[in-house]
Design a protein around this ligand. Structure first.
Ligand code: UT7
Length: 340
């Protein structure tokens, strides 16, 4: 009863880049990368693959599992920080076209690596009030195309991919949310805005020749990702454990009672430190970043789909989805699988 995840899907590009491949052209090594991050390899979008194409592949799988037809979809939300275009058209509109979801509204949501948790909450609100419609929530990233591949402290961390879920509601308008207990926390700390940035955008006004008024042609600024790793690391460990602890407290339970935690995987050491801080065994956390690296907004839904398809996520399990990212943003959702 109520709002449910009806299907999951994911897509990882076939091309794999190992730490050894990176070490061939950068002063780094598999030993350093693995010991500092838990990452051995990452999937990288190939020619012709885009954030929207990966998002659509993941969503197709989720639709197939759910048995929902494209025309039943009323909303598509794509959480991404690496959209097909700088801003518009949104990746979600391209996905809407690729899937043939002719009755769906579509928009992108940018909350960096916490984006999937944010997007899920938007879609939950939508199906709560329009229970006759279904929604698709996607986390999709092509971050390898905006990395500075000469910066060994950031380029080694990321990979591409997409994960998706289909949401439905079998209650009346507004009823599902009236019955549910508070189970989502969304937060931000803009004071940490400089910790992870993608340069470019409209912040820099174009410069004009003072005499002619003609725009000056300079080196085009490549939009690239910059990272203050230590600051992000500390924020992540603090917030992941606080969000999970606060969600459990609100629901009158404890983290020990959780069956699984699906935390955004930026660095395996962050997950280990979080587990230690929360006194939870590492086995409660779904881990795949050894082969996927950090897929940002896609990391939580890819993990969910892998757990479902491995038969490790069963109905009735108490789980938390939790993420953090640039902004800084953070968010968590407690759910009894597959109910929201
Ligand atoms: O989704 C959110 C996005 N990002 C994150 O969450 C990132 C969070 N932070 C991290 O994962 C870690 O801070 C990093 C993996 C980015 C860096 O690890 P660290 O243990 O904090 O290394 P460090 O920055 O303290 O660097 C230590 C040394 C430095 O050398 P010196 O100055 O001590 O000689 C770095 O130049 O390690 C060097 N180093 C590397 N060496 C080999 C940094 N990156 C590399 C590398 N290979 N790839």
């Amino acid at each position: 009863m109520g709002i449910k995840i009806l299907g999951t899907g994911s897509y990882l590009p076939p091309k794999v880049v190992t730490n050894g491949d990176i070490a061939a052209s950068l002063d780094t090594s598999d030993e350093w990368i693995f010991s500092h991050t838990g990452i051995h390899a990452r999937h990288v979008a190939g020619e012709g693959e885009t954030t929207s194409s990966m998002a659509a592949e993941a969503a197709r799988e989720a639709l197939e599992m759910s048995g929902v037809k494209p025309e039943e979809i009323g909303l598509i939300v794509v959480a991404t920080s690496s959209p097909d275009y700088g801003t518009f058209p949104s990746t979600a509109c391209i996905v809407q076209d690729l899937l043939g979801c002719v009755n769906a509204g579509a928009f992108d949501l940018q909350a960096a690596c916490a984006g999937f948790v944010y997007a899920l909450e938007q879609a939950r609100g939508f199906v709560n009030f329009y229970p006759d419609k279904k929604a698709i929530v996607i986390g999709a990233e092509c971050l390898t195309r905006i990395l500075d591949w000469t910066d060994r402290s950031s380029c080694i961390l990321f990979g591409d991919g997409a994960g998706a879920v289909v949401l439905g509601n079998d209650e009346g308008p507004g009823m599902a949310s009236a019955k549910t207990t508070a189970h989502t926390i969304l937060g931000a700390d803009g004071k940490g805005q400089a910790f992870i940035m993608r340069t470019g955008g409209t912040r820099e006004a174009p410069k004009f020749d003072p005499l002619t008024g003609v725009p000056l042609k300079g080196e085009p600024q490549l939009p690239q990702l910059t990272l203050q790793g230590h600051d992000v690391f500390a924020f992540a460990v603090r917030k992941l454990s606080k969000v999970v602890g606060d969600l459990c407290e609100r629901l009158g339970t404890t983290p020990e009672s959780l069956d699984r935690v699906f935390a955004h995987q930026a660095n395996g050491r962050i997950i280990e430190a979080t587990a230690r801080r929360m006194k939870l065994p590492l086995s409660k956390f779904w881990l795949n970043l050894e082969t996927t690296a950090n897929t940002s907004a896609a990391s939580v839904p890819i993990s969910l789909d892998q757990a479902v398809r491995a038969g490790e996520l069963k109905d009735g399990m108490r789980i938390v989805l939790v993420g953090f990212g640039a902004g800084l943003t953070y968010g968590g959702t407690y759910m009894t699988w597959p109910n929201l």
